[in-house]
Design a protein around this ligand. Structure first.
Ligand SMILES: CC(C)(COP(=O)(O)OP(=O)(O)OC[C@H]1O[C@@H](n2cnc3c(N)ncnc32)[C@H](O)[C@@H]1OP(=O)(O)O)[C@@H](O)C(=O)NCCC(=O)NCCS
Length: 186
């Protein structure tokens, strides 16, 4: 079980729980087709953002396998939300997790997501005791692949047309990192 002491601070960022007042900013960046192009979800609209933000607000701890921790990535001085990162506790028995993230397009290209996701790897390995954390992505999502590679994750699989997403067959890449590899790199 992991109940992080929020907010978390990294070198340049504050990672905090989402609140209902983040609805507009989440609607803004996760409402853009270019942000959700390689995600399973459609861009949020005024209707779909409501249950989404309700879910995000509750994702503050990993109490049981299946839980998701999802945090707003913010700038310390302004409080501006630059994106979000998440850690999904996918298996208790096998001590597995999965990371995910999305950035506001106004704040990409600065390494914020990599920095925030690194903190989630730390929580997953050191806080929750996970053995392995994966990142799964559409194989065309090269910006996301670069994030995972900067985190030191290894591309372990290229699945050919394993899913039918948004009207087309898509390839999937699976990246992974083991706890001992994380510790050796630290
Ligand atoms: C995937 C996504 C989060 C990547 O965003 P990003 O801004 O490239 O990622 P980061 O915040 O880690 O920034 C890294 C970039 O900043 C640059 N950068 C600048 N300063 C940096 C610093 N101090 N540290 C690290 N990188 C820095 C890096 O060189 C890198 O650019 P490059 O990949 O062109 O070399 C973004 O494209 C996105 O939100 N996509 C839509 C949602 C999505 O697909 N999510 C992933 C689902 S699997």
């Amino acid at each position: 079980m992991l109940v992080p002491d929020l907010p978390l601070r990294t070198e340049r960022l504050v990672l905090r729980a989402f609140t209902a007042t983040d609805l507009a900013v989440v609607r803004d960046y996760r409402g853009r087709p270019e942000v959700t192009r390689f995600l399973y979800q459609e861009p949020y609209d005024d209707e779909t953002v409501r249950p989404a933000i309700d879910r995000m607000v509750r994702r503050t701890a990993l109490r049981a396998p299946g839980d998701v921790l999802q945090l707003a990535v913010t700038l310390p001085d302004s409080g501006v939300v630059v994106g979000d990162v998440l850690l999904n506790w996918t298996s208790g028995e096998h001590r597995q997790g999965e990371i995910g993230y999305a950035a506001h397009p106004d704040h990409t290209g600065r390494g914020y997501v990599t920095e925030a996701a690194r903190e989630l790897l730390r929580l997953g390995f050191d806080g929750l005791g996970l053995h392995r954390i994966v990142g799964r992505l559409d194989a065309r999502n090269t910006a996301s692949a670069r994030v995972l590679e900067r985190l030191g994750m290894r591309r372990e699989a290229h699945l050919r047309e394993n899913e039918f997403v948004k009207g087309e067959w898509t390839d999937e890449w699976v990246y992974a990192l083991l706890a001992r590899e994380w510790r050796a790199a630290a």
